[in-house]
Design a protein around this ligand. Structure first.
Ligand code: QAP
Ligand code: CO
Length: 168
């Protein structure tokens, strides 16, 4: 197991479109373990492979209070999304310290392979549904701040670049 470095916005690699996972083999199983460890260590509720610079369609999520319900989504596809939408504050491990309101479908039905490669259908609502949509956006190269106004996005970009410069 290993902690993986997380790409920080506005790193252009966050805009890479991920490719399908071809087989759930030892390499993917090791990646899943490392991504879960990285997500828990960072106190995140979701992490997409894109964020650790692996451009394959793999997501880990745990929205439970106890942090003991890991969920692995491989090659996820949306089958249905509710017309009902909700607005809630989102954050992102790639945009630390930034939270803002984003509108999303309140519920989604998705199909994905689990950590064993088994195809499953998942119906999700509320926080889990929002988290799945947020993470699936990462696989398409989209970061949540891109839903905000250009003014807000540019302020966030400047703030992040300044913080990254201070780190070095
Ligand atoms: C996506 O985000 C999400 O700024 C997952 O300092 C977030 O795990 C979906 C985090 C909210 C739905 C609602 C962010 C940790 C974690 C930070 C995360 C931070 C430390 C974000
Ligand atoms: Co994110």
């Amino acid at each position: 197991m290993a902690l993986l470095p997380i790409l920080s916005y506005p790193d252009p690699r966050l805009h890479t479109v991920a490719q399908a996972v071809q087989a759930v083999d030892d390499r993917i199983r090791a990646l899943i373990a490392d991504m879960l460890e990285t997500m828990y260590e960072s106190n995140g509720i979701g992490l997409a492979a894109t964020q650790v610079n692996i451009h394959e369609r793999l997501i880990v999520i745990d929205v439970s209070e106890e942090r003991n319900q890991p969920m692995v989504l491989i090659n996820p596809e949306v089958l249905w999304q509710s017309p009902e939408r909700v607005r809630g504050d989102e954050g992102c491990l790639s945009v630390p310290g930034i939270y803002d309101g984003i509108e999303r479908a309140r519920a989604v039905k998705i199909q994905a392979q689990d950590g064993e490669g088994q195809l499953r259908t998942i119906e999700a609502e509320d926080l889990l549904a929002v988290c799945i949509q947020h993470e699936m956006d990462h696989l398409m190269g989209k970061v949540f701040v891109e839903y905000l106004s250009p003014l807000k996005r540019n302020r966030i970009k400047t703030k992040m670049l300044k913080a990254q410069r201070a780190e070095r």
